[in-house]
Design a binder for this molecule. Structure first.
Ligand code: NDP
Ligand code: OXD
Length: 315
C-alpha cells in the first residue's frame, strides 16, 4: 500500500487527513509525529515543511505543495529533486480574482475617503469619479492567477496591461516582459497588482525604485499598490515611505515580510493601507485533496503529473 506523508506546519492537519483518507482510501496516511520508517514514504503533501526535513525520504516519488506557491518548499537547500507539483484550482483562482477586484474597486472608488467621511457624518462628493476605462491597472505576473484577475478587470472596463518573465503573444491586452519591459509597464500603471511568485529574481522587487516610476498624473491622482503574491516581494519600509511621500496613495496587502504581521508594524494602523491576513485565496482541503488524489492516481497508473514546478525557474 503506497504511503503519503502529511508534512504540514501552521495549518490544522486534521481536515487534510480526513479529506485525503476520503480521496485515497487505499493509501497509508502518515503524520510527522507518527512512528514510521522514512523508506516507506512514497509521496509528501507539504505546507511550509522545515528545511532539510524532506531529504530523509529516500524513496519519495513526488511532492505536492498544498498551496499554489512553492517558495515555502523551494527555500530548502536539501530538497530532494523529485517532481514537485503545485495547486491549480479554479475555485482558488476565483477567490483570488474576487480579492484583487475588490481591492482595485476599493481604491478606484476612493473608499478610504468615504469611510473617513462616514465616520464624521460628512455628506460630500469630492470630485468626479473617473471611469474604469480611464484607470490603468498593471498586473505583475501573468500566470494562472494574474491572467484570470486581468480577464475580470478588463470585463469591468479597466485599462489593463500585464508584466511577466517571458513575452506573451497570445493575450489580447498590452503585455510587457522582463527587466527590459518593466519601466514602460510601470509608466502606464495607476494601480499596480502583484501576483508574482517569490523567487530569487522577484525578492524585494516591490521597492522604492519601482514606486518612484509609477505615474502621479493618472486619473486617480496617484498610484496604488496591491500585493497578494508573497510578502518577500515587498520592502515594507519602502511602502510606508512611499505612502508618506505621496508616491503611493494607498496599498492593499494580503502578504507580509513576516507573518503574522507584527503588532509593531505601522501598516496595521496606516489610514491608507488595507491589511488582510494572507487569506486572499485559501487552499480548501476538500478540493485540494481531491486534486492531489487525482494526480497520484494518474502517476500510479503510469501517467504524468500536471502543474509541475520548474526547479531552474523557481516557480
Ligand atoms: P504561475 O506560476 O501560474 O504564474 C507566475 C507568473 O509570474 C508568470 O506569469 C511568470 O512569468 C511571472 N513571473 C515569475 N517570475 C518572474 C520574474 N522574475 N519577472 C516577471 N514575471 C515573473 O503562478 P500563479 O499565478 O498560480 O500564482 C502566483 C503566486 O500567487 C503564487 O506563487 C503565490 O505566491 C501567490 N498566491 C497567494 C495566495 C494568497 O492567498 N495570497 C494564494 C495563492 C497563490 P511567465 O509567464 O513568463 O512564466
Ligand atoms: C498559496 C497560498 O500559495 O495560500 O496557495 O499562499
Amino acid at each position: 500500500m503506497p504511503s503519503i506523508l502529511l508534512a504540514i506546519h501552521g495549518w490544522d492537519v486534521q481536515p487534510w487527513m480526513e479529506q485525503l483518507k476520503k480521496a485515497l482510501p487505499h493509501f497509508d496516511l502518515i503524520q510527522m509525529h507518527d512512528d514510521f520508517s522514512p523508506d516507506r514514504i512514497d509521496y509528501a503533501v507539504a505546507w511550509k515543511p522545515e528545511a532539510g526535513y524532506l531529504a530523509r525520504f529516500q524513496n519519495l516519488k513526488a511532492i505536492f505543495s498544498l498551496g499554489a506557491g512553492v517558495d515555502h518548499i523551494m527555500h530548502d537547500p536539501d530538497l530532494p529533486k523529485v517532481p514537485l507539483a503545485r495547486v491549480v484550482d479554479p475555485s482558488l483562482t476565483m477567490q483570488m480574482t474576487e480579492w484583487v477586484v475588490l481591492q482595485v474597486l476599493f481604491h478606484h472608488r476612493q473608499m478610504h475617503l468615504y469611510f473617513e467621511q462616514q465616520k464624521a457624518k460628512m455628506w460630500r462628493d469630492h470630485r468626479s469619479q473617473p471611469s474604469a476605462a480611464e484607470v490603468r491597472v498593471g498586473v505583475m505576473g501573468l500566470g494562472v492567477l494574474g491572467q484570470d484577475a486581468s480577464r475580470v478587470l478588463r470585463a469591468l472596463g479597466f485599462d489593463v496591461a500585464g508584466w511577466s518573465r517571458t513575452a506573451k503573444t497570445d493575450l489580447d491586452f498590452p503585455c510587457y516582459a522582463g527587466i527590459d519591459g518593466l519601466d514602460a509597464f510601470l509608466g502606464r500603471t495607476d494601480i499596480l497588482v502583484s501576483l508574482l511568485p517569490l523567487t530569487h529574481e522577484t525578492r524585494g522587487l516591490l521597492n522604492a525604485q519601482i514606486f518612484a516610476k509609477l505615474p502621479r498624473d493618472g486619473r486617480l491622482g496617484g498610484a496604488f499598490l496591491i500585493n497578494a503574491g508573497r510578502g518577500g516581494l515587498q520592502v515594507e519600509a519602502d511602502i510606508l515611505a512611499a505612502l508618506d511621500r505621496g508616491e503611493l496613495l494607498g496599498a492593499s496587502l494580503d502578504v507580509f515580510e513576516t507573518e503574522p504581521l507584527p503588532l509593531t508594524s505601522r501598516l496595521w494602523s496606516h489610514p491608507r493601507v488595507i491589511v488582510t491576513p494572507h487569506n486572499a485565496a485559501i487552499s480548501q482541503p476538500e478540493r485540494v485533496a481531491a486534486l492531489v488524489a487525482s494526480q497520484i492516481t494518474t502517476l500510479e497508473s503510469g501517467g504524468t503529473l500536471e502543474h509541475l514546478v520548474d526547479y531552474s525557474r523557481g516557480y
